[in-house]
Design a protein around this ligand. Structure first.
Ligand code: HEC
Length: 146
């Protein structure tokens, strides 16, 4: 019996590290953003699509041009006072922080979304956002409505 338990523990550890270690590596991949991460990031972005689109303001502001832009600076969108006063500028670090717990990082934000707790999901999402927010779809949308 004891041996069976021991074997089970070892197996559980092996499985846990096989799942966990790649996740940690992904989270550290940062700037390089391999294609697999981008595909995963696009999947995670589906959670945002209920309120956001890259090219149009909906319940939430459009995400084209997000990187390098000050928070609450998308024309034509009615931001909360909280977001206007946040003083954030969107880059990989601020997005990672905000998306973990939007309501804690910007108390009073209109973005009523609990956040993404998994660091590797966030890393993939932010990598995707960086590419997508500068994509051709965005350039084309900017030309249609400057
Ligand atoms: C329930 C709707 C909803 C969901 C889901 C949602 N958002 Fe938002 N988001 C908003 C609203 C509304 C705002 C404007 C917040 C404010 O003014 O306080 C916002 C603002 C933002 C901003 C600030 C943009 C700016 O121009 O300053 C970012 C970045 C953002 N959302 C990213 C995301 C991402 C990424 C996801 C998916 C993980 C997501 N949001 C999910 C509604 C949502």
């Amino acid at each position: 019996m004891r041996q069976v338990l021991g074997t089970t523990m070892v197996l559980a550890l092996v499985v846990a590290s096989a799942v966990w270690l790649p996740a940690v590596r992904d989270a550290r991949a940062g700037d390089s953003a391999p294609a697999a991460d981008l595909a995963r990031g696009e999947e995670v972005y589906a959670r945002c699509a209920a309120c956001h689109s890259l090219t149009e303001n909906r319940t939430g502001p459009r995400h084209c041009g997000l990187f390098g832009r000050a928070a609450a600076s998308q024309p034509g969108f009615q931001y909360s006072k909280a977001m206007q006063r946040s003083g954030l500028v969107w880059d990989a670090a601020t997005l990672d922080r905000f998306l973990r717990a939007p309501l804690d990082v910007v108390p009073g934000t209109k973005m009523t979304y609990a956040g993404i707790s998994d660091p590797s999901d966030r890393a993939a999402l932010v990598a995707y956002l960086e590419v997508a927010s500068r994509s051709e779809a965005c350039t084309a949308a900017a030309q249609e409505s400057p």
